[in-house]
Design a protein around this ligand. Structure first.
Ligand code: AMP
Ligand code: ZN
Length: 114
């Protein structure tokens, strides 16, 4: 997927402020943060969206959620709380079609979302 911006970040072809990386995933700061902490967690493998996830690849999503909780703890978000978001498709507000999870924290977040 050569013109996928998040594949390029995973392959280090374009820069990002990386907070965490392992064989399966990478976490980096959102370019346009919506909260004092706004990170994006992506699998290194290109998966278009939650809708396109197959059973085999679903294992990485559990790994991502585990690392989200670890990183949230290390950033001191565990006491104040935080939000994890996946936007799917047009109505969900997805703009980058490489599955990703937003970690937002360090401010109170309203509900329902816009
Ligand atoms: P979504 O609307 O859920 O698809 O989220 C895509 C997110 O990717 C948005 O919050 C953008 O600000 C963010 N984004 C787009 N390009 C980059 C980039 N090159 N580096 C970091 N974040 C990006
Ligand atoms: Zn991709």
């Amino acid at each position: 997927m050569n013109d996928c911006i998040f594949c390029k970040i995973a392959n280090k072809e374009i820069p990002a402020k990386i907070e965490y990386e392992d064989d399966d995933m990478i976490a980096f700061h959102d370019l346009n943060p919506q909260a004092p902490i706004h990170l994006l967690f992506i699998p290194k493998k290109h998966i278009e969206s939650l809708d396109k996830l197959n059973q085999e690849d679903s294992i990485v999503i559990g790994k991502i959620f585990f690392q989200i909780s670890k990183l949230a703890q290390s950033l001191g978000l565990d006491e104040s709380g935080y939000r994890v978001v996946n936007n799917m498709g047009a109505d969900g507000g997805q703009t980058v079609y490489h599955i990703h999870f937003h970690l937002l924290g360090k401010r109170p977040l309203t509900w329902p979302p816009g």
